[in-house]
Design a protein around this ligand. Structure first.
Ligand code: PAF
Length: 288
């Protein structure tokens, strides 16, 4: 496995691969790999000839009061895990190389970035869209793979790729969960044992919503009320937002017609967790 930190070196390797007509797949990450990341990589491995995993804790997507400084990092472990999965290139650019002095270009995906996590974390998606565009430009993949846990991020990236006419497929992959249902996230490492137990309220709330839909409930109020009740009854948990949205536009819907996405952001003590599920009027869907 190659480990490259210089963007120009990355671009030249990508150019070489393109010249050999190899299909390159990119999995962008911020490192501290968990099985969710590894499953994205394993999927990436199966759909292309060369797999690049980028590892960059992107300062541009963290607000001034957020956890950039304490975001978990373990490069040696990540290198070992990436090797085990069969990654061809681990791309680890430095912040100074991505945003050198004088850097001033940012990407805004306007409407999709505005609400939900964008409302709670102003500037977050501007940072995400900017770094993802740079990574796509540096690696030139045919496909880039993202997890559906960050559902709004996935939609923002898809829109950006379409708007910028990039010839790149964005593949969304199902959420990976711990055996008890907690969505895998690097931020789960912030939780103490009580917080870890409280964090299960997100999954329980999604299951309750799914059960209501399976029982024929379609309108927004009873679904959101059930979700809120479960989270509000959990000591240490505080709702940031609960939203039932159109899966494509992320606009709030009054009822499930066809499909809707239920999105949650919940503070568990000082850790903000997100989770979501598809709710389908017709399809019996499981909470992934
Ligand atoms: O989802 C993440 O880990 C990050 O937001 C991403 C897509 C790697 C951009 O920094």
């Amino acid at each position: 496995m190659e480990i490259i930190s210089d963007p120009q070196e990355m671009q030249s390797l990508a150019r070489q691969w393109r010249g050999q007509e190899l299909k390159v797949v990119l999995v962008p990450t911020m490192g501290f790999f968990h099985p969710g990341h590894l499953s994205l990589m394993e999927y990436g491995r199966t759909i292309g000839d060369r797999l690049v995993v980028s590892l960059f804790v992107n300062p541009a997507q963290f607000g001034p009061q957020e956890d950039l400084g304490r975001y978990p990092r373990d490069l040696d472990r990540d290198v070992r895990l990436a090797r085990e999965v069969g990654v061809d290139c681990l791309y680890t650019p430095e912040a100074e190389a991505m945003y050198p002095p004088g850097y001033q270009t940012f990407v805004e995906v306007e409407s999709l970035s505005g609400g939900l996590c964008g409302a709670s974390r102003p500037g977050h998606f501007r940072g995400v869209a900017t770094v993802v565009l740079k990574l796509l430009h540096q690696v030139s993949p045919g496909v880039a793979v993202f997890g559906e846990k960050d559902y709004q991020q996935l939609m923002v990236v898809k829109q950006m790729v379409a708007d910028m006419d990039l010839p790149i497929k964005i593949a969304g992959r199902p959420i990976n969960r711990e055996p008890d249902g907690l969505a895998m996230s690097s931020r789960n490492t912030y939780l103490n044992p009580e917080g870890r137990a409280a964090a299960l309220c997100l999954y329980r709330a999604l299951l309750a919503a799914r059960d209501l839909v399976a029982a024929g409930v379609k309108s927004r109020e009873p679904i959101l009320a059930a979700v809120r009740q479960i989270i509000d009854a959990t000591p240490g948990a505080r709702i940031d937002y609960v939203a039932l949205v159109d899966p494509a536009t992320l606009k709030e819907v009054g009822a499930i017609r066809g499909e809707a996405r239920l999105l949650l952001a919940v503070w568990v003590n000082k850790t903000r967790l997100i989770d979501n599920t598809l709710l389908s009027e017709t399809r019996l869907c499981c909470v992934q």
